[in-house]
Design a protein around this ligand. Structure first.
Ligand SMILES: C[S@@+](CC[C@H](N)C(=O)[O-])C[C@H]1O[C@@H](n2cnc3c(N)ncnc32)[C@H](O)[C@@H]1O
Length: 163
C-alpha cells in the first residue's frame, strides 16, 4: 500500500466506524468526546451525525479549519492526560461515544501513547458506550468489536464498554 492508499483507508475507515458508533449509541444520552481536533474533519462529521447529545472536543492547541472549529463551550483545551480526569470528576463515567485520533506519523510513539492514555479513556465511558480509535488501545474492561462494513482492518479499532 502506498502512503496515499493508507491515508485514504484511514479516512474511509474512520467514517465507517464513526457512523457505526453513532448508530449503536443513538439511544444513549451521555456526551460524545472527540479526542484530538486537528483540522476538525472528524469533529465536523461527528457534529453532523450526532443529534441531541453534547459534544466535547479535546485538544492542546487549536489549529482547525474555521469551518470546523468547536464553540468555546465544546472545547476542552489542554493535555488529555489532565483534561480527561478533570472531565471525569465533573461528569462521571457518562460518555456514550468517544473517538480518539491523537497520533502523528511515528507509529511506535502512537502505540506508546495509546497504551498510556487507554486507562484514562476507559474510566470516562458509560456502560454500553462505544470507543473508536485510530490506534489499537490497551483496555482492561472495554471489549473489541468487529469492524463495520466499509472499515479497513488495522486502520481503525472499535471497542464497547460492558453493560
Ligand atoms: C491526527 S490529529 C486529529 C485529526 C482529526 N481527527 C481531523 O479529522 O482533523 C491529532 C490531534 O491530536 C492532538 N493531540 C495530540 N496529543 C494530544 C494530547 N496529549 N492532548 C491533547 N491533544 C492532543 C494534536 O494537537 C492534533 O491536533
Amino acid at each position: 500500500m502506498t502512503r496515499l492508499d493508507l491515508f485514504i483507508a484511514r479516512m474511509v475507515s474512520q467514517r465507517a466506524c464513526i457512523d457505526h458508533a453513532v448508530a449503536l449509541t443513538a439511544d444513549m444520552q451521555g456526551p460524545v468526546f472527540e479526542l484530538g481536533l486537528g483540522n476538525g474533519r472528524t469533529f465536523d462529521h461527528i457534529r453532523a451525525k450526532v443529534k441531541k447529545r453534547d459534544i466535547y472536543v479535546f485538544e492542546r492547541a487549536v489549529a482547525s479549519n474555521p469551518a470546523s472549529t468547536p464553540t468555546e463551550d465544546q472545547l476542552v483545551l489542554g493535555d488529555v492526560f489532565e483534561t480527561l480526569p478533570m472531565m471525569l470528576a465533573k461528569h462521571g463515567p457518562v460518555v456514550s461515544f468517544a473517538h480518539a485520533d491523537l497520533g502523528g506519523h511515528n507509529l511506535e510513539k502512537n502505540d506508546e501513547f495509546a497504551r498510556a492514555i487507554s486507562p484514562a479513556i476507559e474510566t470516562v465511558m458509560a456502560p454500553g458506550g462505544i470507543m473508536v480509535a485510530s490506534d489499537a488501545m490497551y483496555f482492561d474492561r472495554l471489549v473489541e468489536l468487529p469492524l463495520p462494513e466499509g472499515a479497513v482492518e488495522g486502520r481503525t479499532f472499535i471497542y464497547q464498554c460492558p453493560l
